[in-house]
Design a binder for this molecule. Structure first.
Ligand code: COA
Length: 370
């Protein structure tokens, strides 16, 4: 009898990568050899993006040029604006980015210029989302260029229509660094599979967005916020969460396929969640979240992943909950792109096998006789 395989490819090594190490010895996260702790504390997201896309940290001159290229690529083509205007107001913002990415791929095809495509998507995702958002919600056609040089500042400016306060900008900047890359997660692996057929960068990224959308992956940050907001007090959270657990419900924003004891990104973002909750007088939300964290640990020995406290950071910055996963896209495009480039450098079609568990061979029966 065939040996039973681990579900969901758990524990299976599916290839090599030089981009990130996740959960070595149960914890830790490095991007191209640099610890996430150092990067989140000392680097800007743009440095991290450059590191992932171009394999090394930039010099000052390289960073200036990179940032200038990104900021100069923020305008959206007119026909893309028309496409965005057709997307209904009640569409999910992830579908807006998935459609926007695919539509841009029809207007500016990839012709041996993979880095141009990556930089263009990095520059335009915020404009795509917020152009659609303001058009549908406020009947306004906004400009997708701002004076903000950082991606975090640009995103916040597009949301609020004014320059952000520095602590909010930096909190979003750190979250983008934490979300940028995570080895062979579901969306990145999706992107690599598409790239392995020798398809184009837009197709790989469009498919990756689709994979990220689900609540077992990127969509968990939205579900985490919905959960936290359900409870008025920590006491209510404790009681109702225990009920949910006894009903065997999954609590989004907890647990991880690779990390076993903690998610190294969670403590970093938690510090920012506390800071912004105090600043915006949302301490109660933070207390409820901490209570959920304690109950999950005491009852299930499960720890918060990055999505849990990121939800509070984004909420305190004023983002609607349905935009949380799109913010993840705006960062993870860097990791996806790095993996597509790496896959292309040493490509082999990704096409695993399966154990057949269906019926034995049968004789075909004519339709009239069935
Ligand atoms: N809430 C409640 N129980 C959980 C849980 C959660 N968030 N995560 C795992 N578990 C439990 C499962 O119910 C299962 O229990 P069982 O063995 O009694 O059936 C056990 O822990 C193993 O979980 P499983 O889902 O099989 O492990 P996995 O490696 O496939 O899970 C995740 C990884 C991330 C999919 C899972 O932890 C999860 O669904 N988390 C919530 C979604 C989320 O936050 N995703 C973002 C990840 S960064």
């Amino acid at each position: 009898m065939a040996e039973k395989k681990a579900g969901g490819l758990a524990g299976i090594v599916a290839g090599e990568t030089a981009i990130a190490t996740v959960g070595k010895a149960g914890l830790g996260l490095n991007y191209r050899g640099y610890s996430i702790y150092d990067l989140a504390e000392r680097a800007s997201f743009e440095e991290v993006a450059y590191l992932l896309i171009y394999s090394d940290l930039p010099t000052e001159a390289e960073l200036d040029e990179f940032q200038a290229r990104i900021t100069s690529k923020r305008e959206l083509p007119k026909s893309l604006l028309l496409v965005l205007e057709q997307i209904p107001a009640d569409a999910h913002p992830m579908d807006v980015l998935r459609t926007g990415c695919s539509a841009l791929g029809t207007l500016e095809q990839e012709n041996n210029n993979q880095y141009d495509v990556v930089e263009r998507l990095l520059a335009t995702f915020p404009g795509m989302l917020f152009y659609w958002h303001h058009y549908q919600q406020h009947h306004k056609k906004i400009k997708t260029q701002t004076a903000e040089t950082s991606l975090a500042g640009h995103i916040l400016y597009l949301l609020h229509g004014k320059a952000p306060e520095e602590d909010m900008r930096r909190a979003v900047d750190v979250s983008l660094t934490l979300y940028a890359e995570h080895e062979f997660n579901a969306s990145t692996f999706t992107g690599r599979i598409v790239a392995s057929t020798l398809s184009d960068m837009y197709s790989a990224v469009t498919a990756a967005i689709g994979a990220l959308r689900g609540p077992l992956h990127g969509g968990a940050n939205e579900k985490a916020m919905e959960l936290i907001e359900k409870f008025k007090t920590p006491a209510e959270a404790e009681k109702k969460l225990k009920d949910m657990l006894s009903n065997k419900e999954k609590i989004m924003g907890f647990g991880h396929r690779v990390y076993r004891e903690s998610d190294p990104r969670s403590n970093i973002i938690k510090t920012w969640a506390k800071k912004l909750a105090e600043k915006t007088q949302k301490e109660n939300l933070y207390s409820v979240a901490e209570c959920i964290e304690k109950v999950m640990w005491d009852e299930k020995h499960l720890f918060p992943n990055l999505d849990f406290y990121s939800a509070i950071v984004y909420h305190c910055c004023g983002f609607p909950t349905s935009m949380f996963t799109p913010l993840f896209v705006m960062s993870r495009i860097t990791g996806w792109a790095a993996h597509v480039v790496e896959q292309r450098e040493n490509n082999k079609l990704i096409r695993p096998g399966a154990d057949y568990v269906g019926p034995e061979q049968k004789d075909y029966v004519e339709i009239q006789s069935r």
